[in-house]
Design a protein around this ligand. Structure first.
Ligand SMILES: [Zn+2]
Length: 97
C-alpha cells in the first residue's frame, strides 16, 4: 500500500469543504505529504481524510453557546416588557374608581 506520486486518494479539501479526490504531489516516508485537490486544484498538506479542527468550528461552538445562554435573558426581557402594560392599566382603573 505504498503511496506513489500521482496517486489519487481521498482527502478533505478546505476550499471545497468536503472529501474530494486528490493527487499526491509530494511524498514523505512513503506516504502522502502534500496533495492537490482534483476539484479545485489547490495544493495542501495531506490531512489523512480528516477535516481540520478549525478556528471556525470553535467559533461556531462559542456562538452556539452564546445563543443558548442568550435564550433565558431574552425570555426574561419579554416578561418584563409585558408587565408595564398591566401596571399602566392599574392606575387608570384606580383613577376611575
Ligand atoms: Zn478542493
Amino acid at each position: 500500500m505504498d503511496t506513489r506520486l500521482g496517486d489519487v486518494i481521498d482527502d478533505f479539501c478546505v476550499k471545497c469543504r468536503r472529501l474530494t479526490n486528490h493527487s499526491v504531489v509530494s511524498l514523505l516516508n512513503g506516504s502522502a505529504a502534500k496533495v492537490r485537490c482534483r476539484t479545485c486544484y489547490s495544493d495542501h498538506d495531506y490531512r489523512n481524510e480528516q477535516a481540520p479542527p478549525s478556528k471556525k468550528d470553535l467559533k461556531k461552538a462559542a456562538l452556539f453557546n452564546a445563543v443558548l445562554s442568550g435564550v433565558a435573558p431574552a425570555a426574561a426581557e419579554e416578561a418584563e416588557a409585558a408587565e408595564p402594560k398591566k401596571a399602566a392599566k392599574k392606575p387608570g382603573k384606580r383613577a376611575e374608581a
